[in-house]
Design a protein around this ligand. Structure first.
Ligand SMILES: *Cc1c(COP(=O)(O)O)cnc(C)c1O
Length: 395
């Protein structure tokens, strides 16, 4: 039997998967034996840092880690997070009530609306943006109100453009800096404005800081929680995935307002059973790594960023250099559509890059390139684009 007709309304209402055509073309190109350079996915290409793997190896051999973990995470794991927060952001956290382990931050972001949203409640979601904010809202029966983040406004939502009536039915606002897909970093004034609105209208701020450690030129982004009043109104999501090359391990955490975390914890204690403890031990080792490990990773991404920014400019794209994250958000020539640009890149140069409109309608006119291949391959990618003249005016 085919039960697709019986899929729930919440599944049927998911937005169409805009990368399907690109995926299909990629498979076709690979089947033809084309040499693909994949700048499409945001998944680090270098392995998990070796001390973390070693800590996991040791922890795996300890039988006490083979049983059910607690849903919120071992106290020692939560303490290591609180310690890291103090060192990195000068933010104080109570590891008992203000830290919650997550099976990857996607898990927490996706579950968050279930803890707070009833049918008819509104969630503010940045657009273009990470698709999980809307999916979680939809699954909880809430209504997404999209906040466009436009280049003309530094890729920040215009908070003064959101009507009072919308703010009054809002329960959660998602924000994400350093930003995926644009690579933008938010100024202090933005966080202060967010806290002011949240305090005035009584909604929760959920700041997704998955890229806080992948920054350039020594400019370390601040934590949302380092601003006065932030802990009164919100939480921050973090992930070990991008920071330590641990996407496959599924470890993340949320920190901040204790009552928000208790709500999310209620959902989690009924839906999952926490992070495998051996991985929590490895994560403790990750949080305690000396800075040079991260500095090495950052300089690797920075070299790639510099190569790709100047190369893509030579190729005729309008590149907005990212302050952080491992993405380049590039404006394509006027008159060209995002999907057309991605399809042309794929079929004529074998380069996979993500069409900007896949992240939301305001992403139309852009293509996202991930810095997740090495420098020689990036140079090869640039040569191919320049040689094809894909983005240079025809005359
Ligand atoms: C990668 C990513 C995440 C999720 O990472 P996890 O692996 O689930 O921890 C969250 N937010 C954004 C914006 C991301 O790009």
């Amino acid at each position: 039997m085919d039960f697709r007709a019986k899929w729930s309304q919440r599944i049927k209402s998911l937005p169409p998967y805009l990368f399907a055509r690109i995926d299909e073309k990629k498979r076709e190109a690979m089947a033809k034996g084309m040499d693909i350079i994949n700048l499409g996915i945001g998944d680090p290409d270098t392995p998990t840092l070796p001390p973390i793997v070693e800590a996991a190896r040791i922890a795996l051999g300890r039988p006490e880690h083979h049983q059910y973990p607690s849903y919120e995470g071992m106290l020692s794991f939560r303490e290591s997070i609180a310690h890291w927060y103090k060192k990195r952001f000068l933010v104080d956290l109570d590891p008992h009530t203000e830290v919650l382990g997550l099976i990857g931050s996607k898990e927490g972001i996706g579950h968050m609306p279930l803890a707070f949203i009833d049918p008819g409640d509104t969630v503010l979601v940045p657009e273009p943006g990470y698709p999980v904010y809307h999916a979680g809202t939809l699954f909880a029966g809430g209504e997404t109100y999209y906040m466009p983040i436009l280049e003309s406004n530094g890729f920040l939502p215009d908070l003064s453009a959101i009507p009072d009536s919308v703010y009054r039915r809002t329960k959660i606002m998602f924000i994400n800096y350093p930003n995926n897909p644009t690579g933008a970093v938010a100024p202090d004034s933005f966080f202060a404005e967010v806290i002011e609105k949240a305090t005035k209208y009584g909604f929760i701020v959920a700041h997704d800081a998955a890229y806080s450690e992948i920054y350039f030129d020594g400019n370390a982004p601040k934590s949302f929680l380092s601003f006065p009043g932030a802990k009164e109104v919100g939480i921050e999501f973090h992930s070990l995935s991008k920071t330590f090359n641990m996407t496959g391990w599924r470890v993340g955490f949320a920190v901040g307002n204790a009552s928000v975390l208790a709500g999310l914890g209620k959902i989690k204690s009924n839906m999952d059973s926490g992070i495998f403890q051996a991985l929590q031990e490895a994560s403790i080792a990750a949080m305690a790594l000396p800075d040079f490990w991260m500095e090495n990773l950052r300089s690797m991404y920075q070299e790639r960023r510099d190569v790709l920014v100047s190369g893509l400019r030579t190729a005729g794209l309008r590149v907005i250099p990212p302050g952080a994250s491992f993405y380049l958000w590039a404006g394509i020539p006027a008159g060209m559509k995002s999907e057309e640009a991605s399809l042309a890149l794929l079929s004529r140069t074998g380069i996979v890059a993500t069409p900007g409109n896949g992240f939301g309608i305001s992403g139309e006119g852009y293509v996202r390139f991930a810095l997740t291949v090495d420098t020689p391959r990036l140079k090869e990618a640039i040569d191919r684009i320049v040689n094809e003249g894909l983005f240079t005016p025809k005359n």
